[in-house]
Design a protein around this ligand. Sequence first.
Ligand SMILES: [Mg+2]
Length: 409
Amino acid sequence: MSPRNQIIGHLDADCFYASAERVRHTGLQHIPLGVLGNQGACVIAKSYEMKAYGVKTGVPIWDAVKLCPHGVYIKRDFHWYEVLSRMMLDYVRTISPKVEYYSIDEFFFDASYLTRQFSGSIYEVARIVQNDILKKTGVPISIGISRSRTLAKLASDYGKPFGCFALLDEDEIARFVEAIDIQEVTGVATRSAIKLSEHGIRTCGDFRRADAKLINKLLTKKGEALWWELHGDAVTPIATQRPMHKAIARGGSIGESTNDPDILQAWLVRNVERLVEAMYWHRYVTNRLSVSLAYKEGRHCSDRCKLPEASNASELILPVAKHLFERCWIRQMRISHMHIIADDLQYLGTHQRSLFVTQSPRLDTLKRLVNDKLGRFKLRSGETLPLVEIYDDDAHQYDICDVYGKSCF
Ligand SMILES: [Mg+2]
C-alpha cells in the first residue's frame, strides 16, 4: 500500500492517570482529581474538572490546593497504570496487526484493517473500538484517524475528551490544519518554532505552503518528514519494534533535600539498583555512566566516565557511581535531586568482553531470583536501610520506563 493510501489511527487515553484511578475508585467520577508524583509533592496529572480550576501539570501540591482546595489528591501507582495500559494494548492488537506502543497511554495503529473487521464507516468503527475499550478497561480514550501519524495525533487531540475524529479527505485535511499553531505538532519544539516564525511560518497551513527544501534547511530531514506528514503522506512508519534507548536513567527527587551522607548513599544505591534492574529488563549493557546532582540552593553538578568494560552488573556500576557522586558532591549543600544515567548502550551479548576485567553479576542474579519470588526490593542492599519510608510505601514500587525520550518518573 502506498503511503498516500494508508490509514493510521492514534489512540490516546483521556487524562490517563486520573481516569485509571477512577476505574478502581468509582466514587471519584466528576470530582476534581489530581495525581501526585515526586514523593507526593507535585501534580503529575489531573482530571478535566481540576484543570478547570487552573491546576497545571507539574505544579507543587501546595499551589494546587490553593487553586482547588476541595479537590481529591492521590499518590500515583504506576503498577496499576501499566496493568491498564497492557489491557488497552492487548485489545488494540486484536483489531490491527500493526501497533506501535508510543507511550503508556498512546498507541499508533494501522487502521486500514478496521473497516474489514467491523461494518460501518471508519468513524462508526472507531466509535465501536472506543466503546469496547471503555467496557473492557474502564478507561475513556480518544481516537484520531487520518493519512499519517502526525495528522492522526492532531485529530485525536481535537476529539478530546472521549472523541473520535476521522480526517481523510484532502480538502478537509487542508481546512482542518490551516489555523493550527505549528507548535501543536509533536516534534516542533520552541526553538524550531522560532526558526520557522522568522520565515513567517506560524500555523500548519503556513508550514504546508512553505517549500519542503526550506523546511529541510531549517529543521533537517525530521522537519521535512513532518511537512510530508502534514500533506497526508505517511513517511514515518508505525514502529512495531521498540527502538533502542539512547540512555536509561533512574532517579529524581529525593524527597526532603539533605546533606546527610547516609541518606544520600542510600538514594545512590537505590537508584543504581533500579538502573541495573531496568538494564537487565531491556537486555542492555552500558559503556558510560553519569551522576547528576541538583542542590536545593539551585546549583547543578554532574560528572561522567567510561566504564572499563560494557556492563549491567552492580558490582561494576555501583563503585563507579559512588566515585562520580563523590566528585560532584558539595558537602555543605543540600541535595534535592539525583539521577544516575547509563548511556552508550549495547544489547547484552553483542558487546566485546574485556580480557582484563571480569564481572561476576552473581549478587544481581541472586537478588532477581529472590525478588521475582517474594516481591520487588524484598532483597536489596543494606545501604538502602535509611529509606525505610520509601520501601514501606507501595506507591514507590514501580517505575515507568521512557518511550521515545519521554522521561521516567
Ligand atoms: Mg493521554
